[in-house]
Design a protein around this ligand. Sequence first.
Ligand code: PFF
Length: 446
Amino acid sequence: MTNNKEQWSSRFGFIMAAAGSAIGLGNLWKFPYITGTNGGAVFLLLYIVFLVLLGIPILLSELSIGRFAGMNAIDSCKKIDSKWGFAGAFGIAGAFGVMSSYCVVGGWVIRYIINSVTDAGMSADYFSEFSSRGLEPILWTLVFMAITCFIVTGGVAKGIERVSSILLPILIVFLLGIMIYSLTLPNAIEGVKFFLVPDFSEIEGFSGFMRIALNAMGQVFFSLSLGMGTLITYGSYLPKESRLLQSTVTVVVMDTVIALAAGFAILPAVFSFGLEPGGGFGLIFQTLPVVFSRMNGGTFISAIFFVLVLFAALTSSISLLEVIVAWVCTKTKLTRTWAAIIVSALIFAAGSLASLSVGAVPQLSVGDVPLFNFFTFMSDKVIMPLGGFFICLLTGWIWGIPNASEEISNSGKLKFRARKLFSVTVRYIAPALIAVIFVTSVFSGE
Ligand code: PFF
């Protein structure tokens, strides 16, 4: 096991890369809708509570393990305890699973950028017709995967950091611009109400409350890229004098601000044109194209919007590919370039099957579930929570709070005032919460 020689070149670059991993499709298509349909402000409040109880401790644990060990996700966990490599292995398996569907969606986004420019296919029905074409979506998947692969072959500082440092600030500035535009549309207030006004009827009874809480926890997990080894891998490229707690809080705040900005950018526009927001992919690929087609200057805004979605997806997909590539490079004699090409080819193969499963070849399924949904379910609902669960146990019980605190405080050079809170959350609260999410979501089969 050798330590990584590659490092981030600056604190800013690392923050952009880590926030870039967190800020992705989860912020742009999932957060606005899930907030609106889960009681608005009620969801938001719970989301913030879970950011503190779950998001910050796990993110901090992953970064600390990575920086302490300076190796890929599996070997970093092994360095803490030789029997715990499996905790990192969850991440690598999960990254493969998430990427197999993420690259398909990334391909759709590229197609929609072109649609905006050519003004074709901006109706609600277009999406199902397009996604069920056999070959074409696969070609766009290939384009998305090729761009991701190309960035990762550039390495940590010259590839991932440089690209994230350019794309993320552009995303933030233009998203805020679209938000302001959207909020000034007639009737925009209806969208704001849907997004934020507390809807207590949603929390009638214990089961209603539990449903909202579970959705909030799941969203914290996915949105912050937890339990995937991404942050262990990114932490392994940090110099020893970096400030782990400060970086963690910055990434969490940025991810949340962008999720909120996405809600304020998307929902007021949807309501202003008298539409109802659909969930998930429907919101971005079916509802929004109709909104853009009715808007003054809609073609232009649509093109900008889908470019931003592409940027968000790319800065997340490079982090997922990097988790696997970092591991393959240390396990084989392959160079980074070859490792990235081979892993990308395998992901593309899985992604092609996933793409066909939601369109041309529905027989590609596990039971009744199309492969695309199966990959998403396994990675989001099974592997990610288990990965996060074991990271908490590894940090809290095996490595131990004194050792973890030594790393977080840079051997006592920095104050770590939240040590008690960290200890309680990482040892007890976070594992217990994850166990609840896991059991409930797996057994409800959602
Ligand atoms: N956080 C990303 C999003 O919100 O879209 C998704 C993601 C990226 C999940 C990287 C997990 C991961 F390791």
